[in-house]
Design a protein around this ligand. Structure first.
Ligand code: C5P
Length: 274
């Protein structure tokens, strides 16, 4: 039997950096949601472990033991006290190192698939061991994320907003962006997640990310020029940016217009917030 899981793009609708721990990790407060745009993962019992990667962004990933999907499977197997005797296939549709949680959402999908295949619950502390964004991706619902990512509180269902995602085709490593951040920390603070309230919030990593990859500013400007936009922002540590719309149809229309004029290196996808 093959277990298939969708691994949705993670969106930081807002992101405040509110402090830094002694170990260098940053304390965050972020409203996180997901899109119906993402990777796919299948898991099937096998004689031994394997990971196969296909899809448009397969070439930018290696399928070795350090892949977050492999690490999720190995760690979960250890905790269950069994061998990771499973064949995994990842269809990589999302750009890598891009602020939409690609590796984290794939790891979360792996844990969900193996939890079904092995009929074992996901150990509560395992997601945070795989990465700061993995717990919210395991939750898979709109949520307020805080601490360094280990505190996840559901934020309630969101309306059927449309979204356009744009990546300029430049990978950006998360540690570099946190390192480039300077100045005072934000106060943070939660709010009722309306489009107006999200528009009034921000992403504290946007400025340092733009300093490292100026093309992000070009993407943000292009999104701001689209008809019907309600929010334009970078997600996570970038470089992927998003625009929110009242309805998915508006997003689809705007993406079509953008594709007609955007550089060919840009990855552009339209969908709905889920
Ligand atoms: O946990 P993850 O592997 O996703 O984090 C990658 C890097 O991003 C960390 O090593 C750290 O430098 C930085 N980071 C941070 N504060 C966070 C999350 C990540 O400083 N809350």
């Amino acid at each position: 039997m093959i277990f298939e899981e969708f691994a949705p793009a993670k969106l930081n609708l807002s992101l405040s950096v509110v402090g830094r721990r002694a170990d260098g990790y940053h304390l965050l407060e972020s409203l996180v949601a997901f899109a119906d745009i993402g990777d796919r993962l299948t898991a099937e019992a096998a004689a031994e472990f394997s990971l196969t990667i296909d899809g448009p962004f397969a070439a930018s990933l290696n399928a070795g033991a350090d892949n977050l999907v492999s690490r999720a499977a190995q760690l979960f197997a250890e905790r269950v006290g069994r061998r990771a005797d499973v064949a995994l296939r990842l269809t990589k549709n999302l750009p890598v190192a891009s602020g939409i949680g690609g590796g984290s959402t794939d790891a979360a999908a792996t844990l969900r698939a193996l939890s079904k295949l092995w009929a074992a619950p996901i150990p509560a502390d395992l997601p945070a061991k795989l990465g700061a964004d993995v717990p919210v991706c395991v939750a898979g619902v709109p949520a307020w994320m805080s601490g360094i990512g280990e505190i996840v509180e559901p934020a309630g269902a969101l309306p059927d907003w449309g979204i356009v995602l744009v990546n300029p085709g430049v990978a950006l490593a998360t540690p570099a962006v946190f390192k480039a951040r300077s100045g005072a920390f934000s106060a943070g603070g939660k709010f009722m997640p309306s489009l107006d309230a999200i528009a009034a919030a921000g992403n504290d990593l946007e400025a340092p990310a733009i300093a490292l990859v100026p093309a992000i500013a070009t993407v943000l400007a292009a999104l701001r020029g689209l008809p019907g936009i309600r929010v334009v922002r970078m997600s996570g540590s970038g470089a992927t940016c998003f625009a929110l719309f009242d309805r998915p149809e508006n997003a689809a229309q705007a993406a079509k217009a953008l594709k007609a004029q955007a550089p060919s290196a840009w990855w552009i996808a339209a969908g709905r917030v889920a």
